[in-house]
Design a protein around this ligand. Structure first.
Ligand code: ADP
Ligand code: MG
Length: 399
């Protein structure tokens, strides 16, 4: 799960990590009021969306002006004007895709005089099974580009959980960033505090781009992008409260209500499968047959009819789905429950695309009977290969 920059800044403050002061605003009035609580004379108004590249982004609406999602203001009037233009407008950045994201809140923050912009992130590195910090003196820009063009400018320091964070980790990063004097000590503390934050809050990733050295020689986190391990959210009600459903894919939000593991993908074949392994295999075999899956969907082991129905409706409501493959191996899951869920969903929403069903396992005969008696137009399949060939052929034919 991701959170907004202003929420990430609150967490930084809680952990004593330096960042410019700021306040979130949901309307123009609130944005203007922030001025009383900030030192001035320069303010920065930042669009809050779950995507980076805001500074270089552009709004779709002409009324939002020519500037991007990070704007400088020097008075209350200018803050209000920027907020007025941004709120409700759609910001398109390198990370949002062409559709962009609607800005529902802005962050009003102190304008800081920047000497240098650096890059810092921390993530769970699966290769070493450790938390690793990635740092680069080339901050403020697209780190993927830096990694591609000048990989020597990026260093990585991983922390052994047995010994924990040590000052030498921080010093190594400080020297790689070209920090000097008291900044080295500040960096050692900063990395240690960030490491604690990542651990305490079960974060999967944190990105400070840019981490800056101010004209006054101090380190400060100018931007902050945080992601959390969804499986650990139950331990963090404070983080859970920061969830902004308007930033998430509506189908994924709907799926999470029913505890379905659903991920929207770019292809055309909707998949309903039980078990993550079988779902992966189903996606693989669809690709092998020359098509692309429209989603990953694991309805889980002991799903109810209602859950299956909800899952099937999510697939049916995806306009990019041109065919559906139901692939169920009934172990704990019963095939008749799947059949009932599919039939119930089909009663609510018309199925206009080809549907191939492969059922195997517990109560398979009953499941097949329910489907056969439903009057739905279903192509049965005998095994995984057969099912994938049938659905890809049907989709190609319909196209
Ligand atoms: P994004 O990464 O989404 O573009 P950032 O917060 O990184 O947003 O802002 C982009 C750039 O805007 C920064 O690299 C920095 O140069 C400038 N900037 C952002 N916040 C401030 C601030 N509070 N004071 C001065 N400059 C800022
Ligand atoms: Mg940034």
């Amino acid at each position: 799960m991701n959170i907004h920059e202003h929420q990430a800044k609150e967490l930084l403050e809680q952990f004593g990590i330096p960042a410019p002061k700021g306040f979130v605003a949901f309307n123009v009035k609130e944005a203007g009021e922030a001025v009383q609580r900030l030192p001035g004379p320069v303010y920065v108004i930042k669009a809050q969306i779950h995507a980076g590249g805001r500074g270089k982004g552009r709004f779709k609406e002409a009324s939002a002006g020519e500037k991007g999602g990070v704007r400088i203001a020097k008075s209350r009037e200018e803050i209000e004007q920027a907020a007025e233009q941004m709120l409700g407008a759609t910001l398109v950045t390198e990370q949002t895709g062409a559709d962009g994201r609607v800005v529902n809140r802005v962050y009003v923050t102190e304008g800081v005089e920047i000497d240098r912009e650096l890059y810092l992130s921390a993530l769970v590195d699966r290769a070493t099974s450790r938390i690793a910090f990635i740092a680069s003196s080339a901050g403020g820009m697209d780190i993927e580009q830096v990694a591609h063009d000048t990989p020597e400018k990026i260093i990585s320091v991983s922390i052994d959980p047995a010994s924990g964070y040590q000052a030498f980790h921080g010093r190594r990063i400080a020297f790689a960033l070209g920090l000097e004097g008291k900044q080295v000590g500040q960096c050692v503390k900063l990395i240690g505090d960030l490491y604690k934050l990542v651990l305490d809050k079960d974060m999967s990733m944190l990105e400070i781009n840019p981490l800056i050295v101010t004209k006054g020689g101090e380190l400060s986190c100018l931007d902050a992008k945080f992601s959390f391990d969804s499986n650990a959210l139950y331990r963090h009600p404070d983080v859970m409260e920061m969830r902004d459903l308007t930033e998430e894919d509506p189908a994924e939000v709907e799926a999470s209500k029913y505890d379905l593991s659903y991920v929207k993908l770019d292809g055309s074949i909707g998949c309903m499968v039980n078990g993550a392994g079988l779902a992966m295999a189903t996606m693989d075999i669809i690709k092998l047959c020359g098509e692309e899956p429209a989603n990953f969907l694991d309805v889980g082991g002991g799903a109810s009819k209602e859950k299956v129905q909800a899952a099937f409706k999510i697939i049916l409501s995806d306009p990019s789905v041109k065919g559906i493959l139901v692939n169920i191996f009934g172990g704990i899951m019963r095939c008749d429950i799947i059949a009932e869920g599919v039939v119930a969903a089909a009663r609510e929403m018309e199925i206009t695309v080809p549907l191939v069903v492969r059922l195997e396992g517990t109560n398979v005969e009953l499941g097949k009977k329910i489907l056969a008696e439903s009057g739905l137009k279903i192509t049965p399949a005998d095994n995984l290969g057969d099912a994938a060939e049938k659905i890809t052929a049907a989709v190609k034919e319909a196209a």
